[in-house]
Design a binder for this molecule. Structure first.
Ligand code: EPS
Length: 392
């Protein structure tokens, strides 16, 4: 990858960080845009108490001068406001062994592993007796940094008119329609705290979330991410690890609680005849066009100029107020799983994180195709590519 990044930070640690390498010089980096993206991740009917504590905002520590990237690594920092409540249990330094401190640390120690979370495998793998050492990093709080990095990727894509948007299509058993052109419904989606495009399913979805909350349970769902104006020829057919659909699927599958990722028709290809699956090719005003987009904008690992359409499903969050049966790993005794604080439903937030992950992969593919030292160089190469295609 050319656009590489690392993130660090625990859910209740001091802050979250990201270092992003490979951003060309000359990209407009607007701190308000990044903060707006962070805010979009925090919205969602059914989210928990943590979102009332945090108002995620970014500090840009390096790589940007006077609002433009300079080609050096960009370092981002997002403060955890909740850190103030965790100074002793999450201290990076040794703490004085007073009775008060020991009690504080012990009160935050976790041994009752949560089914469905990283707790059991993580504690055994990393040889921890306190499962908090796993929970802190496996928490979906980590997705804050992905959205921050994604907003830098979106800033690169924006220079080429490439735009992404997500829309929730299912919460629990309630389905909402995916509009034909989701960009025409952007305002409605952005104004909906469930990220749905029209109100028909809204009350039913809310009811289902309320019911789960009342029962101490949690809920999953589905969402779709669409990117438009993506040029033909990103990715490659020549090798497995250069196929863009594979890269997008990995990036989105890596988001906490995501259990399936589909592109275009997705699993429906199994039941659809070839004649109804493949998007026939036409020429209109000298341009190659399709009248359908079952491929979701990708054929044989390469973009074909149509919208990139990715659908994913998220499982219900495993931190539950009404806990499942589990085991305490210190005594191997039957217990109820640990509950701290949790969201009842975070599908809308997950959709925003998926937009960010898809943006990172698409921006990387743009840098690979059109060079990556400066935006000017990239734009020249991009225009040559577009001209060459239109002349054929
Ligand atoms: C989240 C922050 C977390 C959780 C949630 C998502 O904060 P806290 O643990 O302090 O409440 O609210 O993550 C989970 C429920 C989970 O199981 O990972 C966030 O910032 O999105």
């Amino acid at each position: 990858m050319i656009l590489r990044f690392l993130t660090s930070g625990e859910s209740h640690g001091k802050c979250l960080n990201a270092i992003i390498e490979g951003v060309p010089a000359g990209i407009t980096i607007d701190v308000n845009f990044i903060n707006n993206e962070l805010g979009r991740r925090q919205i969602g009917y059914g989210r928990g108490g943590r979102m009332l504590i945090e108002k995620d905002t970014v500090k840009i520590l390096s790589g940007v001068r006077h609002g433009k990237s300079i080609g050096s690594p960009i370092c981002l920092e997002i403060e955890n406001k909740d850190w103030e409540n965790w100074l002793i249990p999450m201290s990076s330094e040794e703490v004085e062994q007073t009775e008060e401190n020991i009690n504080l640390i012990n009160s935050k120690k976790i041994t009752n592993v949560r089914p469905g979370h990283a707790d059991l495998a993580g504690a055994l793998k990393y040889n921890h007796t306190d499962v908090r050492n796993i929970l802190e990093r496996s928490s979906a709080r980590e997705t804050t940094t992905r959205v921050a990095v994604g907003s830098i990727a979106k800033s690169i894509l924006k220079e080429f008119g490439i735009e992404g948007l997500s829309c929730v299509t299912q919460i629990g058993t309630v389905k909402a329609e995916l509009p034909q052109n989701i960009f025409e419904h952007k305002e409605q989606i952005e104004n909906s705290d469930l990220r749905i495009s029209n109100d028909n399913a809204y009350e039913l979805m809310k009811k289902e979330i309320d019911k789960a909350k009342e029962d101490g349970d949690t809920l999953g769902g589905c969402f779709t991410v669409v990117f438009k104006n993506v040029p033909i020829g990103l990715g490659s057919h020549v090798h497995w690890d250069r196929k863009l659909d594979g890269l997008l699927a990995q990036a989105i599958m890596s988001i906490q609680a995501v259990k399936s990722v589909e592109i275009g028709l997705g699993s429906k290809v199994a039941e659809t005849l070839g004649s109804k699956t493949h998007d026939e090719i036409f020429v209109e005003n000298g341009k190659y066009i399709r009248k359908t987009n079952n491929a979701g904008g990708i054929e044989s690992g390469m973009t074909n100029g149509e919208d990139i359409v990715i659908t994913a499903s998220m499982k219900a969050i495993p931190t539950m107020k009404k806990p499942l049966n589990s085991i305490a790993i210190d005594k191997k005794e039957e217990v109820q799983a640990h509950f701290e604080r949790s969201d009842t439903c975070a599908v809308a937030a997950c959709a925003v994180v998926a937009e960010a992950m898809a943006a990172i992969i698409l921006a990387d593919a743009m840098l690979e195709k059109f060079s990556h030292d400066s935006l000017d160089e990239m734009k020249t190469n991009y225009q040559n590519h577009i001209n060459r295609i239109s002349e054929r």
